[in-house]
Design a protein. Sequence first.
Length: 488
Amino acid sequence: MSVRKAIAWASASKLLSFTIAFASSIVVARFFLTPAEVGLFSIAFAATALIAVLQEFGLNRYIVGEAELGEEKLHTAFSVSLAVAWGIALVILAAAKPLSWLYGDPKLFPLMLVIGSSYLFVPLAIVPTALRQRAMDFRSDFMIEVGASITNAAVAISLAAAGKGPMALAWGALAQQVARALVSQWRNGWIFPWPLRFAGASHVLRFGGGSTLLQIFDSVGTRSPDLIVGGIAGNTAVGLYSRASGLAVQLVNLMTGAVNSVFYPALAQMRNEGKSLGEPYLRLVAGYTGIVWPALAGLAVASYPLVHALYGPRWTEVAPILSLLAIAEMIFVALPMSVQVPILLGRLDGVLKRTGTATAVAVALLFVGARYGGQAAASAYVLYAAIWFVLYVVFLRSLTGFSWSGLFADYARSLLGAAAAVAPLLACYRWLTPPTAMSFGELIPPVIAGVLLWLGTLVAIRHPIVPDIRHLASVTIGRFARRRASES
């Protein structure tokens, strides 16, 4: 499969999965669950995910990036994956009762049991999914992700409507992992490493050990806000924070996940061929910031009318938190694939040092911010993002060799595009309707105007992504014309 087709399938997978998950979250939050109930689930899910990060053990990156992956290496990797993942799943189940004691809420116990049980199925999907990505078979990846999302949404909404409360979300998470395991196994030929093989496992363990430490740091940075805010500010506060965080992160994953999943194996091929990654990395920066920055800026500016329209009045306090977290995500997007590129170039040690430092800073800042509520915690997260950027930008330049002038030129063009995208909405706030009073219908015209102004600005300033946008537009128009011609 070509890179363009792979990106198309991966993009469709991310878009449809995001749409399903997003629509499901709106239905559940607006009609069935309160912020406190969502907060309770968020604490349970964050606690289990913090432990479950050990499950993957870096096997996805190992299988996709390993230069010479034979049957014996694959068998060993799968065996290690099962042994580690099932061991971690048992730890999660054992931690259910102590966590409910720690938070003083017995309702956490059944939530963690169900969520923890879902991780028993995770290892059955890790290796099959990685093999499909290594083969650039993103059609199968589409089936895996969309099938899992549909299953989660169907179960969660059905049980929430039946009055099961936060347990509906837990059962949805379990159903999602079962579906992912079944579909990934089906698409890869029902593989299972039996008998288990651990000969030559030292190489896998060395790679997995370093990669897992990195994942621990990343998980602490992303999951600790829910646990810290929940422990200090309560279930309602963490419910509001987690909803805002989910919106911002889901938008970024929607817009970048496809590129990440395709470009990692593509960059691995360039590395194997001895090519420089400097210019390709700058093209990646231009693509990320040129497209994602305007979307995140729009999310930040439109937070009040958007949250009110989607979730209803009881979720209004999500809006200011969402604006701050969208700004933080803009900072993270400024350095795309900040972990994957160093790992490809053999510098996992440098990633571990920087990520460990940034994680410690994040936890410390969140402990301080959470004492003053969700907005203060979100402000602390923005400060953490800025510190993370400083730690990584010089490191990535030393590895790829990109030019400072090229990097900041991309940033300047993308910022102009982002400013143009939100200008019509800001003008409406200033002269027509304030954000707290704007309806969803009133939001649509300035958003459309912003998209058109953004495109015009990109063309005027000759942004590097303009040729890609023109190519995509011409392909889309051509396909539409051919379809109309065949129908007539």
